[in-house]
Write a protein that binds this ligand. Sequence first.
Ligand SMILES: N[C@@H](CCC(=O)N[C@@H](CS)C(=O)NCC(=O)O)C(=O)O
Length: 207
Amino acid sequence: MKLYVGTKNLSSWSMRAWLALREADLPFEEEVIPLDTQAATTRLPEVSPSGRVPALEVDETLTIWDSLAIAEWVTETTDVGWPRDPTRRAIARSACAEMHSGFTALRRTMPMDLHGRHPTPPIEGELSRDIRRVLSLWESLRARAASGPYLLGEWTHVDSFFAPVVTRFVTYGVDLPDFARAYSDLVLARPSVQVWFADAKADPWRL
Ligand SMILES: N[C@@H](CCC(=O)N[C@@H](CS)C(=O)NCC(=O)O)C(=O)O
């Protein structure tokens, strides 16, 4: 099984899928495709039907080409990733779907750059709305959490999906309330996240 990912310092969708696989202890090979290079123009369409990463080549008959679909597949294969309780599971899926289809101002104004540090953009308009929504979502998830310190208790796909948002808050120096700061510190200390960070440090590409 092989996961194709983009530049680790920059590719937030790749990070989500990679964390989902890693947190389920699924063994996989990986290939980093440096985005925005001539090599990517050739390689992306070879490995991914959408020409985007992440893409998970399960075997010669199956490639899954979207972060959320990869997360679903991880749970179907291992039973790890979504909470067991049906209510929390539905909430977890809603949170990941919201991340997957929303927060466009946050993603556009504060692109992921793990090891870079950038000035805080003006927190106003759509960006302010997105940040307030992330924080209220995190708070509401914590209010429903089972035992465990992550958004819904133990680590789930929701934490994998919001990990790149945690890194953006650091990269762009966004001030966080105490509960969000504490959660971010936990995410950044998570061994899987630390491995991704270390790999990203070896990336020669920066914003
Ligand atoms: N909805 C997709 C988004 C994938 C995506 O936009 N990937 C970016 C990298 S983070 C990409 O492949 N960009 C390369 C390109 O568009 O040429 C997912 O969740 O997997």
